[in-house]
Write a protein that binds this ligand. Structure first.
Ligand SMILES: NC(=O)c1ccc[n+]([C@@H]2O[C@H](COP(=O)([O-])OP(=O)(O)OC[C@H]3O[C@@H](n4cnc5c(N)ncnc54)[C@H](O)[C@@H]3O)[C@@H](O)[C@H]2O)c1
Length: 252
């Protein structure tokens, strides 16, 4: 398998895309630390990995807390003998108000929440993970951005800005560490059928599906397949790249 003798840390691993990625990395042979702000959800992902014969641990990690990233990385290194793969996936699409508003009407608490989780959370992750990957002789980091990293829709200003920032961090880190064998790439999912989207009603979901030339939502598994490839040595010359997985969304 492509990730035998590799170890991975996945944030937001308790649900949706993060869970699918954790399972895919384990399927390819990696030992996985499933981290999430929701401890029960992280444990459930780790249990699913172990049920299929894989090796996994679970822990609480609020990506807004730099110290918790440091502790999670240290645990992975201690338990698995090093860290080779990190997936910064934890993210939110709304703030405490739950509202979608035009830019000048964005609630400051919503702005702060979205940027704290999506942008600061990715930076804090990279900052803790990169030294561990360097100590392992290199590795691969995958950041889960969005099609909103390179485009915008109405009333999504904080999300759009935070995901553009995730792509910027990806490119900056890729350049800084290319010669030290740490590859850093970003995936841009279109609208994916996860609990994040399940909060919308059926009519809204059908409308959203129609924004993709394929006429459907994506699945978390379709994101996980690319993440597993980027994590592996099959992608050995790939860094600083942005890959949409979006059923044609960005070209329509
Ligand atoms: N679903 C989509 O349509 C879609 C599209 C593009 C990008 N994305 C991105 O994919 C990623 C995963 O989204 P999803 O659809 O699987 O969402 P989800 O809501 O199903 O899962 C998100 C996970 O992140 C965790 N989380 C939330 N805040 C956290 C925090 N502060 N610290 C740690 N964990 C936290 C949640 O507990 C949950 O387990 C996000 O970054 C999201 O922006 C999703």
């Amino acid at each position: 398998m492509s990730l035998d003798n590799r170890s991975a840390l996945v944030t937001g691993a308790g649900s949706g895309i993060g869970r699918a990625i954790a399972l895919a990395l384990a399927r390819e042979g990696a030992s996985v630390l499933a981290a999430d702000i929701d401890e029960a959800a992280a444990r459930d992902t780790a249990a699913s990995i172990e049920a299929t014969g894989g090796r996994a641990l679970a822990r609480v990690l609020d990506v807004r807390q730099p110290q918790q990233h440091t502790e999670a990385v240290a645990e992975a290194v201690r338990a698995f003998g090093g860290l080779h793969i990190a997936v910064n996936n934890a993210g939110v699409s709304t703030g405490p108000s739950g509202a979608y508003r035009a830019l000048a009407d964005i609630d400051l608490d919503d702005w702060r929440h979205l940027t704290a989780v999506n942008l600061d959370g990715t930076f804090f992750g990279l900052r803790a993970q990169i030294p561990a990957l360097l100590a392992s002789g290199g590795g691969s980091i995958v950041n889960i951005a969005s099609v909103m990293a390179v485009s915008a829709r109405a009333n999504l200003g904080a999300y759009v800005a935070s995901k553009h920032g995730v792509l910027g961090l990806t490119r900056a880190a890729a350049v800084d560490y290319a010669q030290q064998k740490v590859r850093v790439n970003a995936i841009g999912p279109g609208y994916i059928d996860t609990p994040m989207l399940a909060r919308k009603d059926a009519i809204a979901r059908e409308g959203i599906a129609g924004w993709h030339p394929m006429g459907r939502l994506g699945s978390a598994q379709e994101i996980a397949e690319l993440a597993a490839w980027l994590a592996s040595e099959r992608a050995s010359f790939v860094t600083g790249a942005f890959y949409p997985v979006d059923g044609g969304y960005l070209v329509s």
